[in-house]
Design a protein around this ligand. Sequence first.
Ligand SMILES: [Zn+2]
Length: 102
Amino acid sequence: MQKPKQIRSKGGGGSGQAPENTCVDCGRPFQIAAKEIDRFKEKKIPLPTRCRVCRRSKLIENKLKRLTKVIFQIYALLKAKDEPKLQKKSKERKQTPKGAGK
Ligand SMILES: [Zn+2]
């Protein structure tokens, strides 16, 4: 015997518990758990636009970016210590991460 499935038809209320979203990164549909939605609403953060996988990779990416920034700062400090005379005047220049020759 099969149990009758209780499926509430959509319509009217619009109290969607798990709305389907499309990931802006990989384009796959994903769902946000009701618990997560509550958490986001509590913090007044807009719901994520990425699926879990992309969100995680984004998180790691951000962490790596921060880390490389720190490493570059330390590297610059060490370099400045090594060549104090050469670095003195160019100290005020802003560091451009792109296309630094050599
Ligand atoms: Zn994705």
